[in-house]
Design a protein around this ligand. Structure first.
Ligand SMILES: C[S@@+](CC[C@H](N)C(=O)[O-])C[C@H]1O[C@@H](n2cnc3c(N)ncnc32)[C@H](O)[C@@H]1O
Length: 248
């Protein structure tokens, strides 16, 4: 699909949301896209004795579920701006966590947290080996910075913000079940932007599709910005799966 055709498809659907693929999200994720056992072990270590925790982009609740298995005493709040994702989290976790249907760009919860994290949620890092790229679901730089400021305002002094690392994105296709195939394609748009195309097909017929445009910021620029927000980088964890900042 060329740029002009993509732009017209973006116009026909809601671009930056997960509603187009939320019905297929879990089958993709639980077929090896993320390793939730490893992720939640690492996060449990990073969170330590902290109790009040905010997940940025809780999605269908897969990380939250794993975290609670590791530490049932956690008081978890799951934030997401896609109603159909949050509805699945509610089905999965019922009263075990609190839910906030909010966009992080206007985050306002009226309470603070000892830790916050994002696993492919609002933000993440792409691991390029010698450096990281900061990757944002909010594709406008000023709005992204405003949102990070709001997150830091919701952290207590000494509180941590942990962002998961991912491998560089590639184009590929893989069967998820006998019937269902997942494909993704990355389209570089220039100016630090790329669009990821998620497609689910059954017998070669597209059953769900979503386009998401991401903003990439070099790691040093984002460390400097966190510095301006009063956060120091604690760096990578021992398994190189998370990068953590701490509010001073
Ligand atoms: C790839 S999913 C990750 C979900 C979950 N953390 C997991 O690991 O399965 C990203 C989630 O972040 C949410 N999200 C993206 N941008 C957001 C924003 N600006 N405000 C709130 N949630 C957002 C999406 O709706 C989606 O549910």
């Amino acid at each position: 699909m060329n740029q002009a055709a993509r732009e017209s498809t973006y116009a026909a659907q809601d671009l930056n949301t997960y509603s187009g693929i939320s019905d297929y999200y879990d089958v993709l994720m639980t077929n090896g896209y993320y390793n939730y056992d490893e992720i939640t072990r690492d996060l449990t270590e990073i969170i330590g004795a902290r109790q009040r925790v905010l997940e940025l982009g809780v999605g269908t609740g897969l990380v939250a579920e794993g975290l609670l298995k590791q530490n049932p005493k956690l008081s978890l709040t799951g934030l997401d701006n896609t109603e159909s994702m949050l509805a699945q989290a509610k089905d999965r976790l019922a009263e075990k966590i609190q839910y906030e249907l909010q966009d992080v760009t206007t985050l306002s919860l009226g309470r603070t947290f000892e830790a916050s994290f994002s696993v492919g949620g609002c933000w993440y890092f792409i691991d390029l080996g010698e450096r990281l790229d900061f990757c944002s679901h909010i594709d406008d730089r000023k709005t992204c910075e405003k949102s990070l400021r709001r997150v830091v305002e919701h952290l207590e002094p000494g509180g941590v913000l942990a962002l998961a690392l991912q491998d560089p994105h590639t184009d590929y296709s893989k069967p998820l079940t006998d019937e269902l195939t997942y494909s993704q394609a990355i389209h570089n748009e220039g100016d630090g932007l790329f669009t990821k195309q998620y497609t689910f097909t059954k017998q070669n017929e597209v059953v769900a599709e979503q386009f998401y445009r991401y903003l990439v910021i070099p790691d040093q620029e984002i460390h400097d910005f966190f510095g301006e927000l009063g956060c120091k980088p604690l760096g990578l964890n021992s398994t190189r799966k998370f990068f953590t900042y701490q509010k001073q």
